[in-house]
Design a protein. Structure first.
Length: 285
C-alpha cells in the first residue's frame, strides 16, 4: 500500500464541499492530511441495512477491488480506500477526484462527432476491463461517468452483478435498461450491459434518449419492438425513429449500424463488446 492509499482517521479528512446526495448518504469533496483532494461517498449504515434495494455499496467496493486487482484501467475510477467510522454509523468509500466533472453535463452541452467517437471507444475499453474483471455494470449511463483530464471514467457500481450470475428483476435507470429487465425471467447481465451501451451511444450522438423505457408503454420503443428484423439492417426501426426525430445527420461513420446492433431486442443477437471495438465506427479512434 503506497502513502496515497493510507486510510487516515475519519476526522483527518477536511470537507471542502458536498457534491451531491447519494442513495444512503452524501458524496463530499475532501482533502487528505497529505493535501491531496479526493472524493468520499459517506453512507449511513443504518439506512443500508433498513432498505432492501438493489444498489449495494459493499458490491461497489468488491467491483473496485476486482478491477484494481486486475491491474486497474485508465477508464475506470480508482478507489483509494474504504472504511467504517469508529462510531459504526458510516461506511466510507474514497476515490480519486475527477476534476472534469460529470460526463452527463458534457453530453448535454453537445459532443463533436469525433469527440463522441473517441470517448465511446474509451468507455467500451473500460467496460471490457470491468467484464474481464468478473463484473457487469448494470447501471451504465452518462450520469455514472466522470471526466478525468477529458478522459471518461466509469464509476458507481452499486448495481453491479458478477458477470457469470444471471440476474432477475429490474436494475439501473429505466431509459437505459434492456427490455429483458422488464420481464419476470432471468437475464444475462453482460448482454444487458450491451443494450445500455447502445442507449449511451445514441444519447452521445443525438443528445436525447431513444426510449423512456424499453417496453410497450413507450411509443418510441414500438419502432424496435414492431420492426426489429432477425438481423439488424436498413429496415430496422432505429433508422426510422431517427429519421422521424430529424437527427439522421448525427449518425455518421457507421454509428447507425452499430446502434442497431446494440439495440436488438433479442439479447443473443446483440453485438459483442470485442466486435463493437472492431466495428468501423470504433476502429482507429
Amino acid at each position: 500500500m503506497d502513502q496515497g492509499d493510507l486510510v487516515f482517521p475519519h476526522e483527518s479528512y477536511e470537507v471542502i464541499q458536498v457534491l451531491r446526495q447519494a442513495l444512503y448518504g452524501e458524496v463530499v469533496l475532501v482533502r487528505e492530511p497529505t493535501g491531496r483532494v479526493v472524493v468520499q461517498k459517506r453512507l449511513e449504515i443504518l439506512q443500508i441495512q433498513q432498505q432492501n434495494l438493489a444498489e449495494n455499496p459493499f458490491n461497489e467496493v468488491a467491483v473496485y477491488d476486482a478491477v484494481q486487482n486486475n491491474h486497474g484501467h485508465p477508464n475506470i475510477l480508482r478507489k483509494i480506500n474504504h472504511y467504517h467510522t469508529p462510531d459504526g454509523q458510516l461506511f466510507v468509500i474514497t476515490t480519486e477526484f475527477a476534476e472534469g466533472g460529470e460526463y452527463f453535463e458534457r453530453v448535454r452541452a453537445g459532443l463533436p462527432w469525433l469527440t463522441a467517437r473517441i470517448h465511446f471507444v474509451r468507455i467500451c475499453e473500460g467496460l471490457r476491463h470491468l467484464h474481464a474483471s468478473g463484473w457487469s455494470n448494470l447501471d451504465l449511463s452518462a450520469e455514472n461517468i466522470l471526466l478525468q483530464e477529458d478522459r471518461p471514467v466509469l464509476m458507481d457500481f452499486g448495481m453491479a452483478l458478477p458477470s457469470h450470475v444471471h440476474g432477475t428483476g429490474f436494475r439501473g435507470k429505466g431509459y437505459y435498461a434492456a427490455p429483458e429487465l422488464y420481464v419476470n425471467a432471468p437475464w444475462n447481465p453482460i448482454l444487458a450491459d450491451m443494450w445500455s451501451l447502445g442507449v449511451l451511444l445514441f444519447i452521445m450522438l443525438s443528445q436525447f434518449q431513444p426510449f423512456d423505457q424499453s417496453n410497450a408503454t413507450c411509443r418510441r420503443y414500438q419502432y424496435v419492438r414492431n420492426r426489429q428484423q432477425p438481423a439488424p439492417g436498413p429496415e430496422n426501426g432505429i433508422q426510422k425513429m431517427i429519421f422521424r426525430c430529424n437527427v439522421s445527420d448525427r449518425f455518421q461513420g457507421g454509428s447507425l449500424d452499430l446502434v442497431q446492433r446494440l439495440l436488438h431486442i433479442d439479447p443473443l443477437q446483440r453485438i459483442s463488446l470485442d466486435d463493437v471495438l472492431a466495428h468501423p465506427f470504433c476502429a482507429g479512434a
